[in-house]
Design a protein around this ligand. Structure first.
Ligand SMILES: Cc1cc2nc3c(=O)[nH]c(=O)nc-3n(C[C@H](O)[C@H](O)[C@H](O)COP(=O)(O)OP(=O)(O)OC[C@H]3O[C@@H](n4cnc5c(N)ncnc54)[C@H](O)[C@@H]3O)c2cc1C
Length: 272
């Protein structure tokens, strides 16, 4: 769980920090409101990626035509977080830094190979999402560093993306979440497959063995089943109020199959 801090903490949307403070799980001596700092809320298309300011809300990401057109995995992920009130206040930077293993966005930025730009007292640096999530609620940010920008590569042509989530209602973390992006080559075989799992380990998990099983192959039901099995093998869920470990492992199989199928359906026909 989070360490109890007397150090200052930054506040973004407050959707995780304020409940933790109310429960006395954290007691920062000072809280620095990032909302007072201008210029941290934006969505921009750069050459080959989207740049998203850390204070951009889940709702802004979910409803952005740009994100929806260029990286549907991320817009769908944002749209599945909590309820409308949470999405209006919670931010992309806050949920990534909070690093809840059952959070939706960490799995998506991991699957998408996002780059996380942090600023510290002395310098700025970029951290790959695969190096960012270290353990439950623990990231590789150093003391004094804040996340300022999330850079997400845009999906290439012949790509489809989705985020599928099994939850316990409209406003809950993931029992199992699957962030997926699939790119086919000109011959219709899997060129690139990216799968991020939420809720089934102490960090979000990249299901690399499932991805590798598909690459270079033509889509088939047998391959979908194999990808589900391999992703499930890579998961490491615990039994908790959301379900038993066995149940979650089974659900990984089902949701990985469904997510890849959904991506395939969404790949525009007749391009390039
Ligand atoms: C009712 C409810 C339902 C929810 N449902 C879901 C859900 O379905 N899925 C899901 O993923 N989440 C869910 N959440 C959590 C929600 O998504 C939060 O928005 C998110 O976890 C934190 O974002 P925030 O902007 O509110 O951050 P805050 O609560 O302000 O901060 C969270 C943590 O990150 C740190 N932090 C914030 N911004 C930065 C930054 N830029 N740089 C460095 N550190 C930073 C803070 O110091 C704090 O430690 C839910 C929350 C509630 C209250």
């Amino acid at each position: 769980m989070l360490k109890s801090l007397d150090d200052p903490m930054v506040l973004a949307g407050g959707q995780s920090l304020v409940p933790l403070m109310k429960l006395r799980l954290v007691s920062p001596a000072n809280v620095v409101d990032l909302g007072k700092i201008p210029g941290l809320s934006y969505i921009r298309k750069e050459k080959d990626h989207l740049s998203i300011g850390s204070m951009t809300t889940h709702n802004e990401v979910a409803s952005s035509p740009l994100v929806n057109a260029r990286c549907r995995t991320l817009s769908e992920t944002a749209g599945r977080i909590g309820d409308q009130q949470v999405r209006n206040r919670g931010t992309i930077g806050g949920t990534i830094c909070h690093a809840d293993p059952a959070g939706d966005t960490p799995a998506a930025v991991l699957a998408l190979d996002a780059e996380l730009r942090v600023a510290g007292p002395q310098k700025r640096r970029a951290i790959k999402a695969k190096d960012f999530f270290q353990d439950m609620f623990t990231t590789s940010r150093r003391e004094g560093e804040i996340l300022v920008e999330v850079r997400v590569p845009v999906l290439p042509p012949r790509s489809g993306g989705t985020y599928l989530k099994l939850g316990r209602g409209a406003s809950d973390l993931a029992t199992v979440g699957v962030a997926a992006a699939v790119t086919l080559d000109r011959a219709g075989a899997y060129k690139d497959v990216r799968l991020g799992l939420a809720g089934v380990g102490s960090t979000p998990i990249r299901a690399t063995k499932a991805e590798e099983a598909l690459k270079g192959q033509k889509p088939s039901d047998a391959l979908l089943a194999e990808a589900g099995e391999k992703a499930s093998e890579m998961s490491n869920p615990s039994s908790d109020i959301r379900g038993s470990a066995e149940y979650k492992r089974e659900m990984v199989k089902v949701y990985v199959r469904r997510a890849i199928s959904q991506c395939l359906v969404r790949i525009p026909k007749g391009i390039g």
